[in-house]
Write a protein that binds this ligand. Structure first.
Ligand code: SF4
Ligand code: SF4
Length: 362
């Protein structure tokens, strides 16, 4: 059946979903607050065996990220052929840290005791290199990079699963794992070049971001997007020509995928970061080259990032000269939530949820 093959190559052709949901993250607005991270954690990964899971992460760039050095772990496709990938270790993900909550919050020592990791000192964690960044004073730089599963059009995880436990929904392109079929082989974790699959050691199954599908099906945006105070996580269908996703990605081309060369055709796009101008040795503005090295941004977002940045700069110049910019107005999001996820603007508190859904509405 064609729908069983969505996301697979059949007869030399990729079977695509009828529609594809996508997100755009505007990196110029991300403040690294981790509200998205916690919204997701609170909603989906509180069960036993999920303590170490962070389906939504936000790392400082340049940085080694999570799992540590994930960009060097392989996976994905090269010219359509699978590229070998590494299985990240627990230590590279950063195991769940234990804290002295009882002592600080319930032991009556709140004034002397402070929260600190307990037991063996951790060597890595999901946000270990926060705010370190790169460059030299006075031209140091960093930016935040939120990441989730990219719900790829050609998911390497799906192709790698011998159990056909991973599938891509025909109606919206969301990639899910059928936990009843999963046998815990973890080939998907090796194959995903974004290293966005986690292993539940209690239940012996792989688990990952589900694009909040129970919310999406009711017209409610994913929790990470709805809770984001920066209002930078756009959600919508790629083919909706009136929606912000299509305009930002396809029409204006100011949002570009991360590591497109990994070959999975990811469906999360990024408006690349502009930065303050460089300063020369005398402290004067030096416009001859950007503060964030162009080569570094190209290494993340490919050559298309140059055009995206040029367009953003031109639109900024236009507004400074008194003109209007539909692109900047769209990125500003004047009217929340309808301007950022028009099809998913319903307030979850206004809907009826079954008891099984109640825990998932936050
Ligand atoms: S990002 Fe990884 S886990 Fe998500 S669909 Fe793509 S290959 Fe699969
Ligand atoms: S909630 Fe929004 S602003 Fe905060 S870290 Fe996440 S994406 Fe960035």
């Amino acid at each position: 059946m064609a729908e069983d093959n969505v996301g697979r190559i059949v007869g030399g052709k990729l079977v695509r979903p009828k529609r594809q949901l996508a997100m755009v993250f505007d990196l110029n607005k991300c403040l690294g607050c981790q509200t998205c991270t916690i919204a997701c954690k609170t909603l989906w990964t509180r069960e036993e065996g999920m303590e170490h899971m962070w389906w939504a992460t936000v790392n400082t760039m340049p940085g080694r990220g999570t799992p540590r050095d994930w960009e060097k772990m392989g996976g994905g496709f090269v010219k359509g052929a699978s590229r070998a990938g590494k299985l990240p270790t627990n230590e590279e993900f950063g195991e769940a840290w234990q804290f002295n909550y009882d002592e600080v919050f319930y032991g009556g020592k709140g004034n002397e005791a402070h929260l600190a990791p307990q037991g063996k000192p951790p060597t890595w964690g999901p946000n270990w290199d926060e705010d370190q960044g790169g460059g030299e004073y006075p031209n140091a730089y960093y930016f935040y990079l939120p990441r989730i599963c990219n719900h790829c059009t050609h998911p390497a995880c799906l192709e790698a699963c011998p159990r056909r436990a991973i599938y891509k929904r025909a109606e919206d392109g969301i990639v899910l794992i059928d936990e009843n079929r999963c046998k815990g082989y973890r080939f998907c974790m090796e194959a995903c070049p974004y290293k966005k699959i986690y292993f539940n050691h209690v239940r012996a199954v792989s688990q990952k971001c589900i694009f909040c599908f129970p919310r999406v099906e009711k017209g409610v945006a994913p929790a990470c997007s709805r809770q984001c105070p920066g209002r930078l996580r756009f959600v919508g269908y790629l083919d909706d020509e009136k929606g912000p996703i299509h305009k930002l990605v396809k029409q204006w081309k100011v949002a570009v995928p991360l590591h497109e060369e990994y070959g999975t055709d990811p469906n999360v796009y990024y408006v690349p970061p502009l930065a303050p101008p460089r300063l020369d040795a005398n402290g004067n503005v030096d416009e001859t080259k950007p503060r964030i090295p162009a080569d570094y941004l190209r290494s993340l977002f490919g050559p298309a990032v140059d055009r995206a940045l040029d367009t953003l700069k031109a639109e900024m110049a236009k507004t400074r000269a008194g003109g209007k910019s539909e692109i900047l107005d769209t990125l500003i999001v004047y009217s929340w939530p309808k301007d950022i996820f028009p099809d998913f603007a319903k307030d979850p508190a206004t809907l009826e949820w079954t008891s099984a859904e109640t825990a998932k509405k936050a």
